[in-house]
Design a protein around this ligand. Structure first.
Ligand code: A3P
Length: 287
C-alpha cells in the first residue's frame, strides 16, 4: 500500500482524508437547505458543480468536499452563511448519519442530494489518467494494471459497483436527483433545467443557454488553464489542481483502451452485479 493511501472500513482513501475526519463523519451537522453533490470519482462532478455555480441569483456557495482534510473541516463548514453545496465522493453507507436522518423528515425541508452517474468503462479510463497525472495518487504503469485494480475495487473510494449499488435503493427518494453524464452530454439544457427545478430555483431559457455555454467542456478547460489554483475551491478530495480534470470530456472513449477480452470480462461482471439495478439503465446504451 502506497504512502498516499490508507484504508478506512475496507475502502481505500487518500491520506488527504484523515482517518480522524472519516471516523467523525457522523458528527457532521447538516442544514436543512444543504445540497450534497455526490459521485464516484470521474463521473463529471466538476461539470455539475460549475452548472450549479452558474445559476443566477441562486445564493449558493460551493464548499470543499466534506471528506477532505482533518477534523477542523466541520468547523470550517460551519462558517458558510449561504446555502451550501457540498461535494463528496462518499458512498451512501459512509454518508454522515445526520444527512440521512434529515432525509426522512416530512415536508419540503430536508437537504437535497444530486447523485451523478456515468458509464463505468469511461470512468475507468478517466480514472486511469487521473492516477497517472495526479501526484496525490500512486504511480500506475499501464492501463492493464489499472483495469485489474478498478475491477477489484482496489482504487480510491472502492468499487464503482458498490458505490452505485449503495445509492440504488435511495434513487426514488424525493430529495435525491440522479443526473447522468451521458444524458447531460446529449441534452444539457434539459438536464440543467432538471437541476434548477430540483433546487427550487427559477431560471429563464436564455439563462439556461448561458449556463450551457459557460459549462461546455472547451469553455471550462480553457478557463481553468487561465485560473490560479485556489485550494479553497477544491471539488474532488484527490486534488486541488483543476488542470488535471479536463482531459477529453467525451462519451465512449473506453473503446480506445479496452481490449476485447477486457470488455468481455467487464461486461460479465457488470451483468452479474447490476442485474437488478435501474441506475445501470442510465448508461446501458453506452457500453
Ligand atoms: P475524462 O477524463 O473522460 O475526460 P470529475 O469532475 O468527477 O472528476 O470527472 C472528470 C471527468 O469529467 C473527466 O472525464 C472530464 O474531462 C469530464 N468533464 C469535466 N468537465 C466537463 C464538461 N464541461 N463537459 C464534459 N465532460 C466534462
Amino acid at each position: 500500500q502506497s504512502s498516499v493511501l490508507h484504508k478506512f472500513k475496507g475502502v481505500i482513501f487518500s491520506t488527504m482524508s484523515s482517518e480522524e475526519l472519516l471516523n467523525s463523519l457522523d458528527s457532521f451537522e447538516a442544514r436543512e437547505d444543504d445540497v450534497f453533490l455526490v459521485s464516484y470519482p470521474k463521473s463529471g462532478t466538476h461539470w455539475i458543480a460549475k452548472v450549479i455555480e452558474n445559476i443566477p441569483n441562486a445564493r449558493l456557495t460551493l464548499t470543499p468536499p466534506i471528506e477532505l482534510g482533518d477534523i477542523s473541516k466541520f468547523e470550517e463548514l460551519k462558517t458558510y452563511c449561504e446555502r451550501r453545496v457540498i461535494p463528496t465522493h462518499l458512498s451512501y453507507s459512509m454518508l454522515p448519519m445526520n444527512i440521512k436522518q434529515k432525509q426522512c423528515k416530512g415536508g419540503n425541508h430536508f437537504c437535497l442530494i444530486v447523485y451523478i452517474v456515468r458509464n463505468p468503462k469511461d470512468i475507468a479510463v478517466s480514472f486511469f489518467h487521473y492516477y497517472r497525472d495526479n501526484p496525490n495518487l500512486p504511480t500506475i504503469e499501464t492501463w492493464h494494471e489499472f483495469f485489474e485494480l478498478f475491477l477489484k475495487g482496489d482504487v480510491v473510494y472502492g468499487s464503482w459497483f458498490d458505490h452505485v449499488l449503495s445509492w440504488e435503493e435511495h434513487k426514488n427518494a424525493k430529495n435525491i436527483l440522479i443526473i447522468s453524464y451521458e444524458e447531460m452530454k446529449k441534452d444539457p439544457s434539459k438536464n440543467i433545467k432538471k437541476i434548477t427545478t430540483f433546487l427550487g430555483l427559477n431560471v429563464t431559457d436564455s439563462e439556461i443557454n448561458q449556463i450551457v455555454w459557460k459549462t461546455s467542456f472547451t469553455e471550462m478547460k480553457n478557463n481553468t488553464a487561465k485560473e490560479n489554483c485556489d485550494p479553497n475551491h477544491t471539488i474532488c478530495a484527490l486534488t486541488s489542481n483543476r488542470n488535471l480534470v479536463f482531459r477529453k470530456g467525451a462519451v465512449g472513449d473506453w473503446i480506445n483502451y479496452f481490449t476485447s477480452k477486457q470488455k468481455r470480462v467487464f461486461d460479465e461482471l457488470f451483468t452479474e452485479k447490476m442485474k437488478h439495478s435501474e441506475l445501470a439503465k442510465h448508461f446501458g446504451d453506452y457500453s
